[in-house]
Design a protein. Sequence first.
Length: 223
Amino acid sequence: MSSPDIFVEDFSAAVDFLGTRTFVDRERIGVIGICGSGGFALSAAQVDRRIKAVAPVVMYDISRNFQEGFQGSLTEQDRTSMLDAIAEQRYADFEDGTPALTGRGAPIGFDETTNPIGRELGEFYSAPRGYHPNAITQFTVTSGLSFMNFPLLTHLRSISPRPILFVVGENAHSRYFSEDAYQLAAEPKELHVVPGAGHVDLYDRTELIPFDKLEEFFTKNLA
């Protein structure tokens, strides 16, 4: 199961742990969230004021993606049909005792005909570069209801006056999520664009990840 509430709670649980270590200053805890976790990190910071600075990297707003489709491609009819299908799947899951899973978001055996976003994700999650048997990139089909019903960034402006650093790849397909969130957020905020980088590049391409920028941001704002 994939749950927006659980994913957001994970960040606060991490702060619980860090803030109870004798070697950690509770007033100097910041968060980095990558991809979907960028949206969850912002959502956690909205309500958990122990997070003093937050840096979403190639952020995905997964709730928005479920609600609207990628780049707003979902029509109201599409959304209604999806809700009806998921509702029927709940009956099937209950009767079968085993929940149905979505298709693998990062396909195995991708080629030049694969959707470009799927191929980009597949090149990481479904290849030695980033593969792990526990990271199946699938959720239960019925998980979609929670994301469609619970927006993540309703209170984004409440993070202020704690700072936000949005990091995006110049060529990232997800770039619009960060740019839109940047417009909605209150100051202090910064949008940092990494030249030549795509979305997945900022997962693990150490020559592209702006470590200096992240270090500068947290050093300044957790001083």
